[in-house]
Design a protein around this ligand. Sequence first.
Ligand SMILES: *Cc1c(COP(=O)(O)O)cnc(C)c1O
Length: 391
Amino acid sequence: MEEAIAVRPTCAHVDLGALEANFRAIHRYLDERASVTRVAPPSVIAVVKANAYGHGARRVALALQDAGARVLACADIEEGVALREAGVEVPILVFGALSVSDLDGLFSHALTPTLSTPAAAKAVEAAAVRHRRRVKCQLKIDTGMHRLGFRHDNLARTIPSILSSPHLAIEAVYTHFATADDVDDAFLDVQRARFEAALVDLQALGLSAAARHAANSAALLRDERTWYEFVRPGLLLYGIAPPGLDDRLALQPVMTLRSRVVAVKGIRTGDGVGYGLRFVASSPREIGVVPAGYADGLDTRLANRSAVLVKGRRAPVVGSVCMDMLMVDVTGLGVSPGDEVVIIGTQGAEAIDVRDMASAVGTIPYELLCRVGARIERVYDQETPTAGTDR
Ligand SMILES: *Cc1c(COP(=O)(O)O)cnc(C)c1O
């Protein structure tokens, strides 16, 4: 155990023990469901892009590697290089398009590129020729999201030049679902059927023995037919199940966003609070000032709409969220400067769930986690035990 020293009152506590527990819970879920349907459970590609969804990619990646993760995935080469520099030794898949990237990092840091457009394939091949290397890559198929990937229905035109390259070795083929977290939307089935057809086409074109994957967190919970040899959870690792699918496995939120009250003042009936005086007291109130604002990534739409926890109770956010501060109504709670504030997480019997906060401001939990700002120190308060890992 090691308690880092937080310099500022506002900090993000990242529970690596919870991260590891979630990683194991996902494996348990996959193992149990696979044994029911008598198929081999898929392996997990642990997604740590975007600074591990705001949790701190280096520490999260090492904790997952210690917990037994066999493959990690990130968004671009720069993220992959940072993971290698942190000491990650397992394969690292780069999801992003690589047509206009500096590709040397793929070779110097042993990253696995995704070929997701003809231009990216050409660029990676040219770089492989330059480095005189045969590079292991993964091939992305666009089955309907229309973001990255080779179109599923004209692979005979686009893929032969890749397959014939002596410098490119396709180790896996994957796709990504556009509507996996909308449990009532049947487009996932359309995409899955297109993916299967594309796999048949690829085999006919001479690609054999490539692994397959498709499922993000929502898809892996929703439909086992999306599993193939690998699944690619991100959100689940951080302890958040997509709404509507959260009864399938028990997870622990990894991040707690905490601060402290730095000032308390009484205001009178009719007094306004903050920029624009967007909150006006209808009775005498006590206002607590919390040193966290939109520069720390807090959403300005939390104004008058959300709450924080103080003394185990919900204290509504009153008035606008400022750049460096927000104000909360702590009337009757007996609050003084120094008292702990929980912005995301639990305090006593109360909890602020990042999913509820996201729906209160009209966004998704991914966005709120990723936006926890660079000014907020990540404090890792539980080291992962290194013994007794089984995967
Ligand atoms: C981000 C991402 C994932 C993980 O998504 P979650 O919804 O967080 O599980 C999987 N695959 C790709 C291609 C991604 O970009």
